[in-house]
Design a binder for this molecule. Structure first.
Ligand SMILES: [Zn+2]
Length: 252
């Protein structure tokens, strides 16, 4: 497995820029890691004015522009918004991506989150991490060779830090992103279509401010200005050492 590659695999364009872009920027800048940002969908329902095809095209381009800021490619797996499912076809797409990108670290959504696209993406990311190193899994699908090992898997914060029942979802460690908060904001600003959509759908006119507020809240828990929270998947046979925390300085 090629080393020093991190893949963020989330449901929608702009999720990475809310949840984990600070870590991606720091790994690229401070440790020379290669960053890949993937989404299951092009966010095709995220508009009240464009057709699904138009908004998909706009949002793929926004995702690619944001990803370019951190020097990495953007991948869209072309599932549909509000329809991400755990099934064999989608698992095949995620496994294929893992075998192509060959990440050492994978970041995905919290297993419990505010909407099912996020939860399904989390399940797919977990399953593919286990499956991608298994040589006989989908070995007839023209994939790149199986991974040498299961990548380190981390869950980002749930949106607003709560599960579907409103219960707090605490992180297990925090990463200081104070030095890169402006770049994180710059990446989020690339998603211009969403600021307009969220204003209409959620009455939210503070797209970047919302990201800053959440990062600042996690920052207060770590006694720094801005932070991102994570939990590591520690089930049997997944890597047990906290590689991300060791590289960037985990705070609890
Ligand atoms: Zn999302």
């Amino acid at each position: 497995m090629a080393d020093n590659i991190i893949l963020s695999i989330l449901a929608h364009p702009d999720d990475a820029e809310f949840l984990c872009a600070g870590v991606l920027i720091r790994l690229a800048r401070e440790h020379g890691w290669q960053v890949h940002i993937a989404t299951l969908t092009p966010g095709d329902c995220g508009s009240a004015e464009h057709s699904t095809e138009e908004i998909s095209r706009i949002r793929r381009a926004e995702g690619a522009r944001a990803s370019a800021i951190v020097g990495g490619p953007y991948h869209c797996l072309e599932e549909r918004d509000l329809s991400v499912c755990y099934n064999v076809q989608t698992l095949e797409k995620v496994t294929r991506l893992y075998r192509q990108v060959r990440p050492r670290i994978v970041l995905t959504h919290s297993p419990a989150d505010y909407m099912l696209d996020h939860e399904m993406t989390s399940t797919l990311a977990r399953a593919a991490a286990f499956a991608a190193p298994v040589p006989n899994f989908q070995c007839d699908r023209g994939h790149a060779p199986a991974l040498d090992r299961i990548p380190h898997l981390y869950y980002c914060d749930a949106i607003e830090g709560k599960d579907p029942l409103g219960r707090e979802v605490p992180c297990s460690f925090l990463i200081d992103i104070s030095s890169v908060i402006e770049t994180k904001a710059e990446m989020l600003t690339c998603h211009a279509s969403q600021r307009n959509w969220l204003l209409k759908q959620h009455g939210m006119d503070h797209y970047v401010a919302t990201m800053r507020d959440w990062s600042a809240r996690r920052g207060r828990e770590a006694n720094v200005a801005f932070a991102e929270g994570f939990r590591q998947h520690l089930g049997h046979s997944y890597p047990q050492d906290n590689l991300l925390g060791q590289l960037l300085g985990a705070r609890s």
